[in-house]
Write a protein that binds this ligand. Structure first.
Ligand code: 5GP
Length: 183
């Protein structure tokens, strides 16, 4: 059986990270690909674990060197997935999971049409705003940017192979696990 590339997207605050951790827990041979970003680490975030935190200059150099499988400018910072990381894991026989934005996911689909695209949607836009506010990780300005991006992302959800509504964490993570197991 060949290795699979799973791509998880969804608006900021929808609970992708938590879902991903639950889905990864106990699933064999599924590796999470750590993205590069130019954004500042949040409290508790560790370089090389949550992201590779790099400068704008380094990011631009890596774009020129064509090192990214995909990259995008999201909420005023760059984020990208290194090609070499993904290829290495797939060649080693592991499934790979990317957690990236919609622009990035569509780039991956162009380059690797066999990738499985999964969109995590909130039960409603109101609920998403509530969750984002309760997180207290962003300033009001950053929150507004994230909310307006969320609406744009939601418009593209039909381009995905699967849509999971994160109305209940247990239920949604079971659904995600099921999709991963079925491939
Ligand atoms: P956050 O700053 O909240 O960690 O992430 C912001 C957004 O960037 C999220 O939607 C996340 O999925 C997306 N993101 C994280 N890593 C990547 C990446 O490597 N590529 C792309 N295109 N988006 C990413």
């Amino acid at each position: 059986m060949s290795s699979n590339l799973f791509v998880l997207s969804g608006p900021s605050g929808v609970g992708k990270g938590t879902l991903r951790e639950k889905a990864l827990d106990g699933v064999k041979n599924l590796v999470y690909s750590i993205s590069c970003t130019t954004r500042q680490p949040r409290d508790g975030e560790v370089d090389g674990v949550h992201y590779r935190f790099i400068t704008h200059e380094k990011f631009q150099e890596d774009i020129k060197k064509d090192l990214f499988l995909e990259y995008a400018y999201v909420h005023s910072d760059f984020y990208g997935t290194l090609k070499a990381d993904v290829i290495r894991e797939l060649n080693a026989g592991n499934d790979v999971l990317l957690e990236i934005d919609v622009q990035g996911a569509l780039q991956v689909r162009d380059k690797m049409p066999e990738a499985i695209l999964i969109f995590i949607a909130p039960p409603s836009v109101e609920e998403l705003e509530k969750r984002l506010r309760n997180r207290h990780t962003e300033s009001e300005k950053a929150l507004k940017i994230r909310l307006s991006n969320a609406l744009k992302e939601l418009e593209l959800k039909d381009k995905y192979d699967y849509i999971i509504i994160n109305d209940d964490l247990e239920r949604a993570s079971m659904e995600l696990r099921k999709i991963i197991h079925e491939h």
